[in-house]
Design a protein around this ligand. Structure first.
Ligand code: NAP
Ligand code: MG
Length: 402
């Protein structure tokens, strides 16, 4: 058959360990046989990041800015142990953090659902997507341990020196703790815009939860910025048939447990950290969770939400068979291809992305699964596929579908 032409390039970012093995298999078995696509390749494997003093990560992020769509394999974020293991010059920062910073992006996590993996929450029928604000609050804080009586204050010193502000946090009579957190108007606004862009792109309703009844300035500012941006994008939201709801965060949690899903839940940084793990666990497996980074101006980077599956990789290195779930990595590719097709107005590419996802889902629904899904599917199955075996089964279904 003639290959389907992808009009514009996709930025392809390679990664580490087990997911790097899977990455190559996906390209060999599911992408290159069917698509005529130009991949702008960046090797974000930890060794190459080290060799280039992490310049390759910056170059990859710039390439996403230029081409609009990228797909990324999971990568090692080195700690001291990894520095020794891979003989690195230093513990380079998280590539995801670097790319997020350059694109000013927000990460959206979405579970992949199949008919035979039932969510832990009975009402959940469609994916609950979490949009996590990835800047500030608890994650950029100053903390202080108070050892005895004294006064803790917030002091703001304007750059022009005029109008210093000074607020008492607490007059301590004994030991205690204090923390100073912040956010920026720019970052909150980018977050709100990225959520709106994503909701419009996926045609899902948008929820945002905070605690403005208690935090009448800090949380209230988030609420106001969301309201302003929703007003600014009223036409686009209306055209896509999307409603926006602000909820108190505790109400949002209660409502989620009774909701059928099919929404984007925008979360402040800490809430997103907590609730994305809750939602992921509720939908089944880490191997079934995709993730996309969206910039406020509509650049997209797709990846699996899990890491490099290190334990499986060590088994692989010993020559043992592995059974690693490749579904989230495959969906990173289908997500990038679908977006490319939508942006380039090439329906054949969108159709291919649909067919690829359908091949994966139909395998799982007919009981062809990797080991992690064995205990999750109903009816239960008694055998599982190897890493490569699963990909071969998907490839066979894809071949038949095209
Ligand atoms: P991990 O890769 O998320 O895997 C943790 C465990 O979860 C695995 O050992 C496995 O459990 C299970 N698991 C995760 N994904 C799976 C899949 N696709 N199929 C089957 N089982 C899966 O976390 P890690 O092994 O602790 O971290 C390895 C590296 O990943 C770290 O260096 C970290 O920096 C990096 N990381 C990268 C990203 C990213 O690039 N987005 C995200 C998170 C972590 P069993 O062992 O029980 O089978
Ligand atoms: Mg977490």
């Amino acid at each position: 058959m003639t290959k389907i032409k992808v009009a514009k390039p996709i930025v392809d970012m390679d990664g580490d360990e087990m997911t790097r093995i899977i990455w190559q298999m996906i390209k060999d078995k599911l992408i290159h046989p069917y698509l005529d696509v130009e991949l702008k390749y960046f090797d974000l494997g930890v060794k190459h990041r080290d060799d280039t003093n992490d310049q390759v990560t910056i170059d990859a992020a710039e390439a996403i800015k230029e081409h609009g769509v990228g797909v990324k394999c999971a990568t090692i974020t080195p700690d001291a142990e990894r520095v020794t293991e891979y003989k690195l010059k230093k513990a380079w920062p998280s590539p995801n953090g670097t790319i997020r910073g350059i694109l000013d992006g927000t990460v959206f996590r979405k579970p992949i659902m199949t008919k035979n993996i039932l969510p832990a929450v009975r009402s959940w029928k469609k994916p609950i997507i979490i949009g996590r604000h990835a800047y500030g609050d608890l994650y950029k804080s100053q903390e202080y341990i108070v050892t005895g009586p004294g006064k803790a204050e917030i002091v703001f010193t304007p750059a022009n020196g005029v109008g210093e502000a000074r607020l008492t946090i607490k007059e301590f009579t004994g030991p205690g703790i204090v923390m100073g957190i912040h956010n920026t108007e720019k970052s909150i606004r980018s977050f709100a815009r990225a959520c709106i862009t994503y909701a419009v792109s996926e045609k899902v309703d948008l929820w945002f939860g905070a605690k403005d009844t208690i935090s009448k300035k800090y949380h209230a500012r988030f609420k106001e910025v969301f309201n302003e941006e929703v007003r600014n994008h009223e036409a686009a939201l209306k055209e896509a048939g999307i409603t926006y709801r602000y909820l108190l965060i505790d109400d949002a949690v209660a409502q989620i447990m009774k909701h059928e899903g099919g929404i984007l839940w925008a979360c402040k940084n800490y809430d997103g950290d907590v609730f994305s793990d809750m939602v992921a666990a509720g939908f089944g497996s880490l191997g079934m969770m995709t993730s996309v980074l969206v910039s406020p101006d509509g650049k997209y980077e797709y990846e699996a939400a899990h890491g490099t599956v290190r334990r499986h990789y060590y088994e692989h290195l010993k020559g043992n068979k592995t059974s690693t779930n490749s579904v989230a990595s495959i969906f990173a590719w289908s997500g990038a291809l679908r977006k490319r097709g939508e942006l380039d107005n090439t329906p054949a590419v969108v159709k291919f992305a649909d067919a690829l996802e359908h091949s994966v889902i139909s395998c799982i629904e007919s009981g062809i699964v990797t080991k992690d899904l064995m205990s999750l599917v109903t009816p239960a199955v008694s055998t599982y596929e190897t890493t490569e075996g699963f990909l071969d089964k998907v490839a066979a279904r894809l071949r038949d579908a095209l």
